[in-house]
Design a protein around this ligand. Structure first.
Ligand code: SN0
Length: 317
């Protein structure tokens, strides 16, 4: 593995899953692998779990970690080619990325979509430019369209808690007061398609995700019908992809409650966090026995450690 930007960068998902489970049992077995290697974590947006779990994963591998909240602490970056920089941007991404590539052996980046121009966001220009100019392996800490380290942790969590070989997994849209990226939902879909699960998506009309990521996954617009016999329910809000970046519904009936779980197969409930309580998910579920949200967050360490280990072995040893 050179870069980790999507599930497509993983040669064998099942193998990587087994490696992550092994690392969870023995997190320090490769504590010399990353000696004298430096990972730089660049944030253009806020982060709690991603920042801490990536730092911890890197430290478990013996790496040095540098973190920069570039949106607040760095110079404003220009991304357009050939532009005359007489406005607010101070430094071109090609110069910044080239320099960071000299300081870091691996670079992790978080850069959310602006949710204004679909083509711009879905081109993943920011990441592509970092790959091109930094010339070191790049790890996505959530891009405009995908959040692969989260989805991999979600797959690990499902694997650990499943009670049958091929569980039914339902991705359900939930209400939110703000327009959010499609990244978590896109990425979860991609990873579920590579896992041994029976996958279904439910959302109000108008919230269809980009087919490149959902493939032929059935979309059921009736949430109760979709939830029938579910073993896992993944709750997430996203803004419209077709009506790009718009909030089309605030319908609180889409919030998951214990009552809705009655038709499921004792479903476990998942969310990547941060969660808006009693908007996206009810207190009764989050504080009850069916929630896996903390387990998912814990697995962020091991999804990341498995990925960094792979990159270290294949690029530096
Ligand atoms: C991000 C998202 O992609 O949905 C990160 C999730 C890991 N979530 C938010 O931006 C939540 C913001 C809010 O105001 O609730």
């Amino acid at each position: 593995m050179r870069n980790f930007l999507s599930v497509d960068d993983v040669e064998d998902v099942e193998k990587l899953l087994q490696k992550a489970l092994k690392l969870k049992k023995e997190p320090f077995e490769d504590s010399a692998l990353g000696k004298n290697k430096t990972i730089g974590l660049i944030f253009m947006n806020p982060s709690t779990r991603t920042r801490l779990s990536t730092q911890k994963a890197a430290m478990n591998l013996g790496m040095n970690v540098m973190i920069m909240n570039l949106d607040k602490e760095g110079w404003a970056l220009e991304t357009q080619e050939g532009i005359i920089m007489n406005q607010n941007t101070v430094e071109h991404i090609k110069d910044a990325a080239a320099v960071m590539g000299r300081y870091c052996d691996i670079i992790g980046i978080r850069s959310f979509p602006k949710l204004v121009d679909k083509l711009e966001d879905y081109s993943e220009d920011f990441f592509q430019k970092f790959v091109k100019y930094a010339k070191v392996p790049i790890v996505s800490l959530e891009s405009a369209t995908l959040h692969p380290l989260q989805s991999f942790a979600d797959l690990i969590t499902i694997h650990e808690h499943k009670t049958k070989d091929k569980p039914k997994v339902v991705l359900t849209w939930a209400p939110h007061i703000k327009p959010l990226p499609q990244a978590v939902a896109n990425s979860f879909s991609e990873w579920m398609l590579k896992g041994n699960v029976d996958f279904v998506i439910t959302h109000p009309k108008g919230y269809e995700l980009y087919e490149k990521f959902t493939g032929s996954t059935p979309i059921i617009y009736d949430q109760n019908e979709a939830l029938r016999d579910a073993d896992f329910i993944y709750v997430k809000n996203w803004s419209s992809y077709n009506d790009y970046g718009q909030v089309l519904s605030l319908d609180s009936n889409w919030m998951l409650t214990n009552e809705k779980l009655e038709v499921t197969n004792n479903a476990k409930v998942m969310h990547c966090l941060p969660v808006r309580r009693n908007i996206e998910l009810s207190d009764e579920i989050l504080d009850g026995p069916d929630s896996l949200v903390v387990e998912q967050a814990e697995n962020r360490v091991y999804s990341c450690q498995a990925v960094l280990k792979e990159i270290l072995i294949e690029n530096f040893n």
